[in-house]
Write a protein that binds this ligand. Sequence first.
Ligand SMILES: *Cc1c(COP(=O)(O)O)cnc(C)c1O
Length: 430
Amino acid sequence: MKKTFVELDQLKKITQKYPTPFHLYDEKGIRENARRLYEAFSWNPGFKEYFAVKATPNPSLMKILKEEGCGVDCSSYTELMLSDAVGFKGDEIMFSSNMTPAEDFVLARQLNAIINLDDITHIDYLDRLTGLPETISCRYNPGGDFAINNAIMDTPGEAKYGFTRSQLSEGFKQLQAKGVKNFGLHAFLASNTTDNQYYPTLAKILFQTAVELKQETGAQISFVNFSGGIGIPYLPEQSPADIYAIAADVQKVYEEILVPADMGEVAIFTELGRFMTGPYGCLVATAVHQKHIYKEYIGLDACAANLMRPAMYGAYHHITVMGKEGQPCNHKYDITGGLCENNDKFAIDRMLPKIDMGDLIVIHDTGAHGYAMGYNYNGKLRSAEVLLKEDGSSELIRRTETPVDYFATFDFDKELKGQFINKYPEIFGQ
Ligand SMILES: *Cc1c(COP(=O)(O)O)cnc(C)c1O
């Protein structure tokens, strides 16, 4: 049984202040989870989580994570700007980008962020742009398949990211020749996995590679970055990853490989996104239409523009009909949004209690890669984001988009703007 982090009465009060649809986040859940992560890795004195901003780029949530000791992982100009504005400084910012535009590198260097290079050609590119920093990280792609106990998890050989193994050796030498003093090593080999062996398996690869690189080049390696990838239980029958078991197994590998190589000072970094906020957010919508044709449809006031994962990946998101948690799931529905796209379905053939118009519908686990992947297709406007605070009160942490936002990129067109102001003064003002 998956439970919502908010009760019906509480949610009704929130919807009186903020009309649906909106994403709701659970401050308590986010803080407690971040504390568990830090506790689990407390054996590693340099441990730091760099929250992957792309998962949930909201300044209020970034502040909460900052208070819990996290840095941020950015991959674009605007993510860097946001992190800077929220108050992350220097080595609290990891810049793990790829196919990086020049201006993004320039800003990352201005902010003194730690740069994680995605490619060997970026060494010269960055050197010519800004010169190289003293500390730099390189992203490793071991190629082939990535397997845990013979089960194939992903195919790095098909992924666009990272240096090959031989490029790492060559790259470290080039960087040393250009004056780089401290190195990091990064890899991201599997996404959204709740398998507790993912990080320990990745650790083995990265630690061994770090030892080899040190032996080959004499480079001082000060951190290893496991990136993101720890998944969450989207399915009701799925168990969550056990962060304590994961961290304990990583420690064993650390003591087996790094400590004997006189590398017992290496810090462990992570760039978790989904794991940090995914379960602690939900999309709140209202059932506004029902259709009885060849199938039974329930239409929501939210659509795939608010949550793309089901349409894009066929991803499962659990659904709770608020106030009907105890009722039998004896109705089969497609739960849809209003896009002119037949893949705009939050659920297909889902067994749920009978839904009545006006029921509040909670779509679970939208706290990461939810709002963030939203888009404006069909002229749909982005929803608000609301924080359920630890004291039970709620706070608007992003307002709903309005038509003014949607049309803002035509602001050079004075005639069009005049028409909007004339015809829709209540939206555009005088
Ligand atoms: C997306 C991404 C992450 C976060 O991934 P999650 O699956 O949300 O943990 C971390 N690092 C990099 C470089 C990424 O691209």
